[in-house]
Design a protein around this ligand. Structure first.
Ligand code: SF4
Length: 346
């Protein structure tokens, strides 16, 4: 194994033993108008409140430079530019204020072009991710996991020869087993931080299951300094899923852990509707709490005992529990406000 490296991305630090960071990627072209950009900055703020630490944007051409620069200056979390093929775009994104860029040196072309990008990144004190995807590797006869890992080590060697070490590496595939094997191989040979992800993982259910299966194993082994759960769906869901995975693995304390009743024939209260009405607010509350939303008297009081705040809905009323003790009964019209107030004040 190589020397453990710590990497900084603006004010965030990554490395082995440090808490993994959550990343998402904006799924549209950048808006141009200032109002729309400010709206996007507010959305990034909401993502940050949910637990997102880094956000990546495509940088497909220089027409977005002004908007990108504005976001870099206003975003509450570090901004990453995703670059393909053209090293000039990397230089422009760095000049615009990117806190990190993601490149695949193999598709940037001549090595002197990569060296120019490294020099600019060093001058601006930013990070680079070497982003390798199983679909775009150099030709080779080795099995894919070995080829991915060896390619990453070759590029890292280039970077080190240019005196650049503020580097993160990702080895992604749409095949979960390949993702696991490539990352294990790489982590056994290098101390550089790894960004984890399963690419093109599909719709919400498919991508969460597949990503959790692969990333959960790697994170449990201490592999992975940042992660993205790529979903063909809202980026808020990506962040929610990644935070939930980290919480489940005991790698993050921050955020609300939700316990909720799935409903059955005994339910006389719409726990699904109630959860839907409070979930977004709960995800934005920066506290380490367990809350329970239960649908009847069978399991409600029991779950309430192990939750910080709980409700059990029965008919047209909810029973509110704090620290396991029943404190209030209120009608459904007040239920949402009373519950959220109790969570905020807990
Ligand atoms: S809490 Fe009650 S309503 Fe909900 S699933 Fe359990 S038994 Fe059914």
């Amino acid at each position: 194994m190589g020397v453990d490296r710590q990497v900084h991305i603006k004010d965030r630090l990554l490395g082995r033993g440090l808490a993994p960071l959550v990343q998402t990627m904006y799924d549209q072209a950048l808006p141009e108008g200032k109002d729309e950009l400010d709206q996007l900055v507010r959305r990034i703020g909401s993502l940050n409140a949910m637990g997102c630490d880094l956000i990546r944007f495509s940088y497909p051409d220089n027409s977005q430079k002004e908007a990108f620069a504005y976001l870099c200056s206003k975003s509450p979390i570090p901004v990453v530019a995703d670059i393909h093929f053209d090293y000039q775009l990397a230089l422009q994104a760095i000049d615009a204020g990117a806190h990190k860029i993601r490149i695949n040196p193999g598709n940037i072309g001549a090595r002197w072009k990569v060296d120019e990008v490294l020099a600019a990144a060093k001058d601006h004190n930013i990070a680079i991710r070497i982003g390798l995807n199983s679909g775009s590797l150099p030709k080779g006869s080795d099995p894919p996991a070995i080829l991915m890992s060896n390619t990453a080590l070759t590029y890292l060697n280039w970077f080190e020869q240019a005196g650049f070490t503020n580097t993160v590496v990702s080895l992604k595939a749409s095949d979960e087993d390949l993702t696991i094997e490539a990352n294990r191989r790489f982590a056994a040979q290098s101390g550089y931080p790894v960004h984890l992800g399963v690419t093109e993982a599909g719709s919400v259910v498919s991508s969460i299951v597949r990503s959790t299966w692969a990333l959960g194993q790697l994170l449990s082994e201490g592999i992975g300094s940042t992660l993205r759960i790529s979903i063909t769906g809202p980026i808020e869901t990506e962040v929610q899923a990644a935070v939930e995975l980290l919480r489940t693995l005991g790698l993050r304390r921050r955020g609300i852990r939700i316990v909720s009743c799935p409903r059955c024939g005994r339910a006389s209260f719409d726990s699904q509707g109630f959860l839907a009405s409070v979930e977004q607010e709960l995800l934005g509350i920066d506290k380490d709490l367990t809350v329970a939303i239960m649908g009847c008297q069978v399991n409600g009081p029991g779950e309430a005992k192990s939750a910080d705040i709980a409700i059990t809905g029965i008919g047209n009323a909810i029973f509110l529990y704090q620290g396991g003790a029943l404190v209030r009964k209120v009608g459904l019209d007040e239920a949402r406000d009373v519950f959220l107030e109790a969570v905020r004040n807990a």
